[in-house]
Design a protein around this ligand. Structure first.
Ligand SMILES: C[S@@+](CC[C@H](N)C(=O)[O-])C[C@H]1O[C@@H](n2cnc3c(N)ncnc32)[C@H](O)[C@@H]1O
Length: 366
């Protein structure tokens, strides 16, 4: 039995986890889940692929349930304790002491408390791995709890490097590498050819290339294509990769003119409109969304020209946090008319953008 601990957008993390399991053909049988974690049966195969999950924090191997399970933990000279579902300093200390006592017979043990937190962040775990074990207590609503050990974490150092060490950066305009990874998983396409037709400086392309996928990118702006090329050359050097991406200067409404082949998946964050200075009112939001739809409609017509039958699209539409509270998310019936079936919709919000990402997962009926 395993548990996956979700990241800061749990609904998106959960959707990604299920897509990821299907994408990698993992036989996962969920047993229970709540806002912060999912508990499931799976073969150890998941440990090999966990690295490619963007929105989760930890993979925990469950050892047992309740106090008695502490006895079955494997000895470690140094350990940390993470609590999920409880924020209780006394409990945290007590469980640490219980473990220490259990370990006494096997040798001295130190409860490592490096941060003022009851759940060890992946950064700290990675620094200590594997000498420092992270023992995890997952509390359910009825007060019972599961005990386990962190066996994998997603790598925040790698994701940060992909963002801030590349030669060309555009902090406001580009998508976080973690979200690029999530979107690739949401496509559920494991192998095949992937296109980002609004590639910008190439964040999504970086993810395609890192995963060894057949990668294609285009952008209307030649300067962006030059920037993406620079970033990809850096990526290949830093990560010792042999593959790269095919890049074209191309208007996303005219993809047929630039690409001869058909794609298995399109994963992209398009132009989302001018940056907002403040949150719009409802009327304003509707107007902004309608204006952009006049651009997105021919973009999707063009997607239909270059997608394989049943090809997938993961696309960020803008939604708007309103000045009066609430969020405006537009319904787009025209997607169905163009042959695109919406399989899922998830939101992600970043304060600095004042914009909500309304991530759509679509299938092209062909
Ligand atoms: C939001 S950015 C994409 C950022 C990219 N996902 C990244 O993280 O680097 C949008 C990009 O769309 C491009 N763009 C705008 N209109 C376009 C069009 N009609 N066809 C193709 N690209 C277009 C812009 O040049 C810009 O690079």
């Amino acid at each position: 039995m395993y548990a996956v601990i979700f990241g800061k957008n749990p609904a998106l993390s959960e959707a990604e986890f299920h897509s990821f399991s299907r994408r990698f053909g993992l036989k996962v049988r969920p047993a229970e889940s709540n806002r912060y974690w999912v508990l499931f049966e799976s073969s150890s195969e998941i440990e090999r692929h966990f690295h490619w999950l963007g929105g989760s924090l930890k993979l925990v191997r469950i050892i047992g349930e309740g106090d008695g399970a502490i006895r079955n933990l494997e000895y470690s000279r140094l350990f940390t304790v993470s609590l999920y579902g409880r924020n209780d300093w006394r409990l945290w200390r007590k469980l640490g002491s219980d473990i220490k006592r259990e370990f006494k017979e096997e040798g001295p043990a130190k409860f490592f408390k490096p941060a003022k937190t009851y759940a060890m962040p992946a950064e700290l775990i990675l620094k200590g791995f594997p000498e420092v074990k992270d023992f995890v207590f997952i509390f359910k609503e009825d007060g019972s709890f599961l005990v386990g050990e962190t066996v994998k974490v997603t790598d925040p150092f790698e994701l940060k490097k992909l963002d801030v060490e590349r030669p060309v950066q555009k902090p406001i305009l580009s998508i976080p590498p973690r979200l690029a990874r999530i979107m690739v998983n949401l496509s559920e396409v494991r192998k095949g050819s992937f296109l980002d037709p609004f590639c910008g400086i190439g964040t999504v392309l970086q993810e395609f290339v890192l995963q060894g996928l057949s990668a294609y990118g285009s952008d209307r702006d030649e300067g962006q294509i030059r920037a993406a090329k620079k970033n990809l050359a850096w990526l290949r050097r830093e990560f010792h990769l042999k593959n790269s991406a095919h890049l074209e200067v191309c208007d996303a409404r005219k993809l047929k003119r630039c690409f001869r082949q058909r794609f298995d998946a399109i994963v992209t964050e398009p132009y989302l409109g001018k940056p907002l200075k403040r949150h719009p009112g409802r009327g304003e939001a509707i107007k902004l969304a309608n204006e952009l739809d006049r651009f997105y409609y021919p973009v999707f017509e063009s997607f239909a020209d270059v997608l394989k039958r049943h090809g997938r699209v993961v696309f960020v539409f803008p939604a708007y946090k309103l000045s009066g509270g609430g969020v405006y998310r537009k319904e787009r019936k025209w997607l169905g008319k163009l042959g695109f079936e919406v399989l899922g919709r998830y939101t992600d919000y970043e304060e600095r953008h004042k914009l909500v990402r309304d991530i759509h997962v679509l299938r092209y009926r062909g």
